[in-house]
Ligand binder design. Structure first.
Ligand code: ATP
Ligand code: MG
Length: 417
């Protein structure tokens, strides 16, 4: 028990951590090109923020949140997603008073009490971007483009961008009526979750993953046929902007973000490379959200991307993440005096920017060499009493095995080469 991590969490050992580093740096770099800046918000928030910002009727709020009372009897929730906290910070710090738009990105752990499986964890990690303060469809195309570029640059070749419009509260009302009328006779056949959605949020039934429900909604009325003029024009505008960016997409009328404050654009990046949890990125426009959580009426658009799923897909596509360079120099030494000399040399080299290690276990030379190999050292310096007396050190190239003699006074110069 003590040596098992909680279900749905994952350790990240060095053999994997460098891959995440690569992803994180790549993502930050692409965001920089697009003029997005990083925000960091707390890992936990007041529960009410998510009840409002994600929505009371969603799976996340109804059954997936890690919620607890703290010692001060406040209801606290570990962040299940990134948008609401960023919206909260935008309001709290009155960022809306600055010239808009505001363009931010984040890189965060998220927590959801779900049934763990491949690509679905209880602690998982997300990249996200948000643009606040503009309803222009150029912003929607731009956030999609960041995701598109990133996915391409981490070597993902198998992915499809699917887009849709979920309209606005006005045109959605008519669709909702039509959809309910269509689904009413099939109500008993819907899965239990969708029976509930029928009352709270019927549009979400359209993107239910159950094959039975998918079959039931095959000929259901689609939101795209109910868009008002404004929403229809916006959708055309979005497609035009994506075309100008050279971004390929397909229209999938069943992509849904179901809540009232989601408006117009909805999209997902989907891959077939990693099994059932194939949505690597999902997002859309949420023109009603900021007002919903108590801020001034401000439009917004953004997405969240699962880092675990992105890495799995990237690897499944055969992308090789370059390994960072490890230890460059190992110092093998024997005897007290040599050890003190080695400590000083090691520190000087480190100050000069060299990655260097030495034996700290009092091993014989043979085992020190073994350890130097484990560290992946490119070169090993050998320091014993006789070397110190003669003033000449041996430097061994670990790959070729070639050994060269270097005068003590030149050793730093030689090893920083
Ligand atoms: P799903 O339908 O797979 O449950 P979702 O609609 O709940 O996804 P979002 O809330 O849109 O997902 O989160 C954005 C992205 O975060 C998803 O597209 C996915 O890549 C990732 N994600 C969501 N939940 C998990 C999880 N439990 N484990 C790992 N990644 C996740
Ligand atoms: Mg989910």
């Amino acid at each position: 028990m003590l040596t098992n991590a909680p279900k749905g969490t994952k350790d990240m050992l060095p053999a994997e951590a460098y891959k995440w580093h690569y992803m994180e740096e790549k993502f930050a770099e692409i965001c920089r090109r697009y003029g997005f800046e990083e925000v960091r918000t707390p890992t936990f928030e007041h529960t009410e923020l998510f009840q409002r910002g994600v929505g009371d009727t969603t799976d996340i709020v109804k059954k997936e949140m890690y919620t607890f009372k703290d010692m001060g009897n406040r209801s606290i929730t570990l962040r299940p997603e990134g948008t609401s906290p960023v919206v909260r910070a935008f309001c709290e710090h009155k960022v809306y008073a600055d010239p808009q738009p505001t363009k931010v990105y984040y890189n965060i752990p998220c927590f959801r009490y779900e049934k763990p499986q491949s690509g679905r964890l209880r602690e998982f990690h997300q990249f996200g971007v948000e643009t606040f303060g503009t309803s222009n469809m150029m912003a929607d195309a731009e956030v999609i483009a960041i995701g598109y570029d990133f996915i391409n640059e981490v070597g993902i070749t198998d992915v499809e961008l699917q887009i849709n419009s979920v309209g606005c509260p006005e045109c959605r009302g008519k669709h909702r009526e039509a959809l309910k009328k269509f689904l009413e006779p099939k109500y008993d056949e819907l899965c239990p979750t969708c029976q509930e959605r029928f009352h709270t949020n019927p549009m979400r039934i359209l993107d239910c993953k159950s094959p039975i429900d998918q079959e039931l909604v095959k000929d259901a009325p689609m939101m795209l046929d109910y868009l008002c003029d404004d929403c229809r024009e916006a959708f055309e505008e979005l497609k035009k902007n994506l075309d100008s960016f050279g971004i390929k997409y397909v229209v999938n009328p069943k992509i849904v973000r179901g809540l009232d404050y989601y408006t117009k654009t909805a999209f997902e990046f989907i891959t077939t490379k990693i099994g059932a949890q194939g949505t690597v990125c999902g997002g859309g426009r949420y023109d009603g959200l900021i007002e919903e959580v108590g801020g001034p009426s401000t439009p917004g658009v953004g997405w969240g991307m699962g880092k675990e799923r992105i890495l799995m897909t990237s690897e499944a596509c055969g992308f090789e993440i370059p390994k960072p360079s490890g230890t460059e120099v190992f110092i093998a030494c024997m005897g007290d005096e040599a050890q003190q000399f080695a400590l000083k040399l090691m520190h000087d080299l480190r100050l000069a920017g060299v990655a260097v290690q030495m034996d700290v276990a009092g091993r014989n030379f043979k085992n020190q060499f073994k350890y130097a190999n484990r560290c992946g050292a490119a070169r090993t310096v050998i320091i014993g009493e006789s070397e110190l007396e003669s003033g000449k050190l041996q430097v061994k190239d670990m790959e070729s095995g070639e050994q060269t003699e270097v005068a003590i006074d030149d050793i730093i110069k030689e090893l920083t080469k």
